[in-house]
Unconditional design. Structure first.
Length: 403
């Protein structure tokens, strides 16, 4: 931080640091009315206004403490690995909020300066270190009120904001380009797999998934309430762990083994296909053999094909093919949380090539899959480099190093 910048408790340079409405709200929801922002409307890069709820004007008038103005900042109250923050746009008009932290800066503090500061590694490290709670970790408003932040003159704040905004616009364009390339590669591979499984489909039998799995594979989801981390506990796989082709023990959350009581149906044997059914539906991975005895959470369904019907690796690649992914997309529903019903998962149709052809099919597919994985890893490294650059810029900005 620049030695010329004074530090002030947030409460001294803000008109308000408080929690939005806490209590029952659903009876007051309407198709139109006053915009009502909640936790799910606060994203990593700002406010998400796609899934807004609306409340009656009468209910809004009764919630004076949580009424919003343009330029207010909303922060996630329940915090996992990031304290998210967004600025209320003046164009939103009358608005209210619930279960979020509301900050209203005084004129001497720029909203965008504070937003960038909260997003910086310096602030994130401090605030995440102040979390309290067990089942849900929160950052109390008292911590925020007492938090001393650097306050350069308003002109200097605006200069820093302008530099960061311009840099972040460029990073956003680069990220969008890299993400588009990843998506294009995924679409191409999905279509390639689709062609393999449809080329001779007329000559092969078809069957729903539930008829192709082992007898003790119930196609069920896992532990609903896994609880806190327990050192040396039972490893579990969560939807956030999926995305890479093979899941190992490295980095998995560990929980109290008693939490898995009643979930023997999803206890892993190793080599299962792990299908995401909540959130990013259709994302999948394969469990390594070292995951034997581990379990999964509610958002994942383990799949073990009957070896006499479908090679496990071939089943994995068919899951990734366009015909199967299209079925998953068709069965997915929801707005804030996308999900697919287990009964629909069990009815996903697979083609079943002759068993004596399946090993050769896997070999051909994997020669292409390895090239695809290399391409995705390259783009993923570029995305990570962009994220690292963003954090570096924020670090320099609030260390007084931007010139």
């Amino acid at each position: 931080m620049s030695s010329a910048w004074k530090k002030f408790p947030l409460s001294k340079i803000c008109e308000k640091v408080s929690v939005g409405h806490v209590g029952t709200t659903s009876p007051y929801y309407r198709d139109t009315g006053v915009a009502f922002l909640r936790t799910q409307n606060v994203g990593a890069d700002g406010l998400l206004l796609r899934d807004l709820k609306y409340i009656t004007p009468e209910f809004h008038s009764s919630l004076k403490k949580s009424q919003l103005k343009g330029g207010d900042l909303l922060l996630t109250r329940v915090v996992t690995d990031t304290m998210k923050c967004g600025i209320v746009p003046p164009s939103l008009g009358e608005a209210n909020c619930a279960n979020v932290i509301l900050i209203r800066p005084k004129p001497e503090l720029s909203s965008r300066f504070l937003h960038h500061l909260i997003s910086s590694p310096l602030a994130q490290t401090y605030l995440l270190g102040k979390r309290v709670g067990s089942a849900q970790q929160v950052v109390n408003t008292k911590i925020l009120k007492d938090w001393e932040i650097p306050l350069p003159p308003l002109e200097e704040q605006q200069r820093i904001v302008a530099v960061l905004d311009e840099a972040f616009e460029g990073l956003a364009r680069a990220r969008a380009h890299a993400e588009a390339n990843v998506q294009n590669a995924q679409d191409l591979f999905e279509s390639y797999l689709g062609a393999i499984f449809t080329r001779h489909a007329a000559d092969w039998i078809s069957a729903p998934l539930q008829e192709l799995v082992e007898r003790d594979c119930t196609l069920s989801y896992g532990i609903v309430q896994p609880g806190d981390d327990v050192s040396g506990g039972l490893p579990i796989v969560r939807p956030t762990d999926l995305g890479r082709r093979i899941i190992t023990l490295n980095g998995l959350k560990q929980i109290d083994p008693a939490r898995a009581n009643g979930y023997t149906r999803t206890k892993l044997k190793g080599t299962e296909i792990l299908l995401c059914v909540r959130g990013s539906t259709g994302v999948l991975a394969m469990a390594s053999e070292e995951l034997k005895g581990a379990n999964v959470t509610r958002g994942i369904v383990p799949v073990r094909f009957e070896p006499g019907r479908m090679d496990q690796k071939l089943g994995y690649y068919q899951f990734r093919s366009k015909p199967v992914q299209d079925q998953i997309r068709a069965g997915t529903y929801g707005a804030a949380l996308m999900q697919i019903n287990i009964r629909d998962v069990r009815q996903i149709t697979f083609v079943v090539p002759p068993l004596d052809q399946q090993a050769a099919m896997v070999e051909r597919i994997e020669s292409i899959a390895n090239d695809f994985d290399t391409l995705v890893k390259d783009y993923s490294r570029k995305l990570q480099s962009l994220d690292d650059l963003r954090q570096s810029l924020l670090q320099k900005a609030f260390g007084g190093e931007l010139t």
